[in-house]
Write a protein that binds this ligand. Structure first.
Ligand SMILES: *Cc1c(COP(=O)(O)O)cnc(C)c1O
Length: 379
């Protein structure tokens, strides 16, 4: 096969503005000598993100994992929390770091998000909250989850790490639940190198979170909680402000790549593309495909065939969180109780998608996937 590409292709490539454009921000920091602790760039980015995302309050963090851990503290969550095994490991780790027991519940076969129909059976007298994930930025069934949470008096904290800019039924998906947590890690669609945030609906909760992320300080001499240092620095916040200027163009490029994959993969038997729900505005953060039984190769064989051509796709999310050693002995982690998540985990490949990914590389990736159907035997 004739490959047009010259260099390895990774699942993502971080969005970076022109370095020249960042220098004025650095000069400002050097002039005013405020490096952290809710400085001017930190405050500006919080306001800019509230405006861009359409949310009321945002608390910036040094990364998404600290934001998840602090969100649980802010709502005083304890005991057991129902969550999904089909996610990045930080989802469940944030529970363990708070001494909370994760209870894994299987996912919906269409969205691969926590299946609300299976939540009730997992609720015990110790359950205090639900932590679903908008996996790949696909909104959870937020209405059903809210109903269950109301019935059982549970809190809902969404791990919305993938859901930057996603809208559901005319509003930001980050406005659902008690709190939502987002990540600005380098691999996410909007990055501040490292970073994250908690989205919260009211000023009182924001104040509590802002104290918790600053050691619990209220003023110079008053500490009201065993808080942590979770603050985003001025460099990261300034960078975020610059990144926001390019985010719409980046999202448009992602949308076009997403559309190209869908058209070109449509005729390939056994390859299934996940689709956004009706009325949802997607962010095209990922392009997951499921390699089904009708495809001639196993998922891992296709993954290997891509690697041979230096296409470094990723198997998000394999292994399941529930299969890692610190979780696998829990009763809710038993593979037999999570058949849909197990199947998805064994079938999924996330294909490369990022601004600047060239059309001919997308076509080359599709050609590798379609190769078992098109290769002619010649000796
Ligand atoms: C990236 C990610 C996190 C962690 O965010 P960091 O900013 O890397 O700490 C948490 N949950 C999910 C689902 C993620 O993808």
């Amino acid at each position: 096969m004739n490959m047009p590409k010259k260099t390895p292709v990774y699942v993502t490539q971080p969005l970076l503005p022109d370095l020249q454009d960042f220098l004025p921000y650095l000069e400002t920091i050097w002039e005013n000598k405020v490096l952290t602790n809710a400085g001017p760039f930190h405050q500006q980015l919080e306001q800019a993100l509230c405006d861009y995302l359409g949310v009321k309050h945002i608390c910036l963090f040094a990364n998404g994992t600290l934001a998840l851990m602090t969100a649980l503290q802010a709502l005083r969550i304890s005991g057991e929390v129902i969550t999904t095994p089909y996610s990045f490991v930080a989802t469940a780790h944030s529970l363990l770091w708070n001494g909370i027991k994760p209870v894994f519940v299987d996912v919906d076969p269409v969205t691969l998000n926590l299946d609300p129909r299976k939540i009730e059976a997992a609720i015990t007298p110790h359950t205090t909250a639900i932590m679903p994930v908008h996996c790949y930025g696909q909104p959870c069934d937020v209405a059903s989850i809210e109903k269950i949470a109301d019935n059982y008096n549970l809190k809902v904290i969404y791990d919305a790490a993938h859901a930057f800019g996603v809208r559901h039924q005319g509003t930001s998906v980050l406005n659902y639940g008690d709190l939502s947590v987002i990540s600005f890690h380098a691999t996410k669609i909007f990055n501040t190198f490292e970073g994250g945030a908690i989205i919260c609906p009211d000023a009182k909760t924001k104040l509590r979170i802002d104290r918790l992320k600053n050691f619990g300080f209220v003023d110079e001499v008053t500490v009201v909680a065993a808080g942590i240092n979770g603050k985003m620095s001025e460099i990261n916040a300034a960078f975020g402000l610059l990144q926001l200027k390019g985010i719409d163009a980046a999202r448009e490029q992602r949308r076009a790549i997403d559309a190209a994959y869908r058209v070109q993969l449509a005729g390939v038997p056994g390859i299934h593309c996940l689709t956004a729900g009706e009325g949802d505005a997607a962010n095209h953060a990922y392009f997951p495909i499921l390699v089904g039984p009708a495809y001639p190769l196993s998922r891992d064989q296709l993954f290997g065939a891509l690697r041979e051509q230096e296409i470094y796709a990723r198997r998000y999310f394999y292994p399941l969180i529930s299969d890692f050693p610190m979780y696998r002995d829990m009763p809710s982690a038993a593979p037999a109780r999570l058949p849909i998540a197990q199947r998805a985990s064994s079938q999924v490949i996330c294909l490369p998608i990022y601004p600047g990914l060239a059309d001919d590389i997308v076509a080359a990736i599709v050609a590798i996937i379609a190769a078992p159907f098109t290769t002619t035997i010649d000796s």
